[in-house]
Design a protein around this ligand. Structure first.
Ligand code: ADP
Length: 324
């Protein structure tokens, strides 16, 4: 194996080396090694697997540009054989329809969608730092300056989405991607929805158990709206600081009971500032109308009373950065 010397930590391997071994489902059909976008007459060379989700596999792909230049993207590949039901098709069309309209420096950039006989391809901005899931696995939990840095970027993206009448509805560690320079990018708009008329309420029960807001589960009559994303941000912030989600338990029913009762606590060995605790409390308010809007959260003391660092070294993916 090649030796790599990181300027931050000489014992750390290179990104591409860490990401080589992604477990993949053997049943997933392999797309061609050269992927053609016939309509635009573009050619992509298929590289390594970046990850696999419910119905898609992501590859790193490279395009040769003029003058010996190349560009790399993440290509989300969906086998047409997995799009048999109307529900699956609707999910994909919804994702494409919403994600392609997004244009923000903290949202995974959307490039193109095209197809060949067997697959649908979506080219996206390549996020080489993987997601918060992998980062937290290595780090266990993050420091408050780091969480302040990441949360501020997330809030900027959520403010943008909500101003453009989009609810993400599946904000969680696995849908928050990191670039090589450790900027966050929100991705996976598979469950996102648009609000077409002011005051419209959504009724589909969706989300991921640990991150789901109480009104989605228990107030199906009134429905839900933008505030579900604020709740999920509360779950994300707690998880980044504590190392496990606030309502985590063995079975899903017990998680829902805890969410309903707003029953979460802080392990005694975790020392957090009052500002962090008060911010999490306001995000995890049971009543959606009491949760602050993203733009107002950015003015909370947790952000206002401190300097927000402007960058984080790459080594933070593996070990606590030393800020001076
Ligand atoms: P699904 O919608 O099927 O859940 P995802 O969008 O979650 O698929 O993608 C599956 C996996 O591919 C992710 O968990 C991640 O590891 C990887 N991935 C997705 N998008 C990107 C990206 N833009 N850059 C790098 N890796 C990505």
């Amino acid at each position: 194996k090649k030796e790599y010397t990181s300027p931050f930590n000489p014992t750390q391997p290179k990104f591409s080396e860490v990401q080589q071994t992604v477990p993949t489902k053997p049943t997933f059909p392999t797309p061609p090694s050269i992927i053609y976008d016939q309509k635009r007459n573009k050619k992509y060379i298929r590289g390594r697997v970046l990850g696999e989700g419910g119905f898609a596999r992501c590859y790193e792909v490279t395009e040769n540009l003029a003058g010996n230049q190349t560009a790399s993207y993440a290509a989300k590949v969906i086998p047409k054989s997995s799009l048999r039901s109307e529900k699956q098709k609707a999910k994909l069309y919804g994702e494409i329809h919403i994600h392609r309209k997004m244009d923000h420096h903290h949202v995974v950039k959307w490039y193109e969608v095209f197809e060949d006989t067997d697959f649908v391809y979506m080219t996206l901005e390549l996020c080489e730092g993987k997601t918060f899931v992998e980062m937290l696995k290595k780090r266990k939990r993050l420091t408050e300056p780091e969480v302040r840095y990441f949360m501020f970027q997330l809030l900027d993206a959520v403010r943008y989405m909500h101003e453009n009448k989009v609810i993400h509805r599946d904000l969680k560690l696995g849908n928050i991607f990191l670039t090589k320079d450790l900027k966050v990018k929100i991705g996976d708009f598979g469950l996102a929805a648009t609000i077409k008329k002011d005051g419209e309420r959504k009724r589909t029960i969706c989300g991921t158990p640990n991150y789901i807001a109480p009104e989605v589960l228990f107030d199906t009559r009134n429905g839900h709206s933008y505030e579900v994303d604020i709740w999920s941000l509360g779950v994300i912030m707690y998880t980044l600081l504590v190392g496990k989600p606030p309502f985590q338990t063995k079975d899903v029913k017990a998680i829902y009971k805890k969410i309903k009762e707003n029953n979460y606590e802080y392990p005694p060995h975790i020392q957090l500032s009052d500002d962090a605790i008060s911010l999490i409390k306001s995000l995890l308010h049971t009543r959606p109308e009491c949760r602050p809007m993203a733009v107002n959260i950015m003015r909370h003391k947790f952000f206002r009373s401190y300097n927000i660092i402007t960058s984080i070294p790459m080594s933070a993916l593996y070990c606590e950065p030393q800020f001076t």
